[in-house]
Design a protein around this ligand. Structure first.
Ligand SMILES: N[C@@H](CCC(=O)N[C@@H](CS)C(=O)NCC(=O)O)C(=O)O
Length: 418
């Protein structure tokens, strides 16, 4: 009789067991119609795994949770030895199982979950996870430079668990420009996923062409409420008051949106849209036309200029991630489009890349709503530009112009917010 595995068909943690089962000739079946978020919340499921996580294996001797433990159990039931034949090989199998779980899978999840909206997206946390992942890929790559399999001369459970973990990375997150730095990992992964026992479970594997775009964290569903109660309407009073006639309630005009305090500032002679148009339309003689035009238009009473410097440049070790990070920042600044213009430079031809920028804001301070609502702001050091200082003014001009080299270094990219 087959053992029953509770998981969906897409669960890579379940794949570990399903592949191991193929190798050792044990029958394991996925429970039909498993629904994540529903089937794992039932009292029967919680009896098998009190924290409700998936997968769980039902055995004649009781349930098992934790995917590595399940895969080990199934691997021990069969004929083939997936654990190595000497104490040192057995230790190495365990070593690589732990390594792929704690150094690869854990970092992949730290990268993936925020991008899928299941955890808050924090650029420094992404940088840290990515650099930890690179470190583990480097170690794995070095080992695989001289070894076909992780341990010995044939597939062990270490290969099964590592490949299942890598599968998630290759399929969802790690683009070719990342993995190509680790050619032995690539060779290993593609060789294993094409072995018949792996292929039966994975099907045809395709590497992702892009990292998933950043989504805002998914909020837990709120219970439906008729109307929020205000402080001025304590429960009791609300109860005592007769209900408003429907018509009256419907006629209540929506409150006008409060004006942005920046709209209440004294008018400025600088028209931001004119500057943005000049910037966009200048194709030649940029210094003489656009940069000069900027300083002619600039109104230091109505606007202020700011240099920004990324605080965590050391973590900018991967070019496309650094560019994504800056791109995400500019997207999130959308809320300030009426009041701001910005240039962001990604500097250097080798990692770690430096990110520096120049921003023009309406008013004399960085607008409070921008500070409050765009979390990227606190990842940068902000310094007001003193335009009476010619060196600072020249630096600002160079940033507007994308001058290269900038401060002695090549530009990887320059992005504009307008
Ligand atoms: N360490 C566990 C991780 C299990 C896990 O995180 N499972 C996910 C699905 S892949 C889950 O059940 N998530 C639902 C939840 O966190 O409530 C294992 O390897 O089995």
């Amino acid at each position: 009789m087959a053992l029953i595995l509770h998981a969906t068909k897409e669960n890579k943690n379940a794949y570990k067991t399903l592949i191991a089962a193929e190798y050792v000739g044990v029958k394991v079946q996925l429970v039909p119609d498993f629904q994540m978020g529903v089937s794992n919340k039932t009292p029967q499921f919680l009896k098998m795994n009190p924290i409700g996580k998936v997968p769980v294996l039902e055995t004649p001797d009781g349930p098992i949770f934790e995917s590595n433990a399940i895969a080990r159990y199934v691997a021990r039931l069969g004929e083939n030895n997936l654990f190595g034949s000497s104490p040192i090989d057995q230790a190495h199998v365990e070593q690589w199982i732990d390594f792929s779980s704690l150094e690869i899978d854990a970092n992949l999840m730290k990268l993936l979950l925020p991008r899928l909206g299941y955890a808050p997206y924090l650029p420094p946390a992404e940088e840290a996870a990515l650099s930890a992942l690179k470190r583990s890929f480097e170690a794995l790559n070095t080992h695989l430079a001289h070894n076909t399999y992780l341990v010995g001369e044939s597939v062990t459970l270490a290969d099964i668990i590592t490949t299942a973990n890598l599968y998630l990375g290759f399929a969802k997150l790690l683009v070719k420009s990342f993995t190509s730095e680790f050619p032995h990992v690539e060779r290993y992964f593609w060789t294993l996923v094409n072995q018949p026992n792996f292929r039966k479970i994975f099907g045809q594997v395709k590497q992702t062409e892009a990292m998933p775009p950043i989504q805002s964290a998914k909020k837990p569903a709120q219970p439906k409420e008729s109307k929020p109660k205000t402080k001025e309407e304590p429960k009791k009073a609300a109860k005592a008051e007769p209900e408003k006639p429907k018509e009256e309630a419907e006629e209540e005009a929506p409150k006008p949106k409060p004006k942005n305090p920046l709209d209440l500032l004294p008018p400025s002679k600088m028209v931001l849209d004119d500057w943005k148009r000049l910037y966009s339309n200048t194709k030649t003689n940029f210094r003489e036309v656009a940069v000069k035009g900027f300083w002619d238009m600039y109104d230091p009473e109505g606007y202020s200029l700011w240099f920004c410097d990324y605080k965590y440049n050391d973590e900018n070790t991967v070019s496309f991630v650094t560019l994504n990070k800056v791109g995400g920042f500019l997207q999130r600044m959308d809320l300030a489009r009426k009041y701001a213009f910005g240039k962001m430079l990604v500097i250097g031809s080798e990692p770690p890349f430096k990110v520096k920028g120049l921003w023009l804001f309406r008013g004399q301070e960085i607008p409070k709503f921008v500070m409050d609502e765009c979390y990227d702001m606190e990842l940068y050091e902000w310094t007001k530009v003193d335009i009476s200082d010619e060196a600072q003014k020249e630096r600002a001009s160079q940033m507007i112009e994308d001058a290269e080299p900038f401060e002695g270094e090549a530009l990887l990219d320059a992005k504009c917010f307008k």
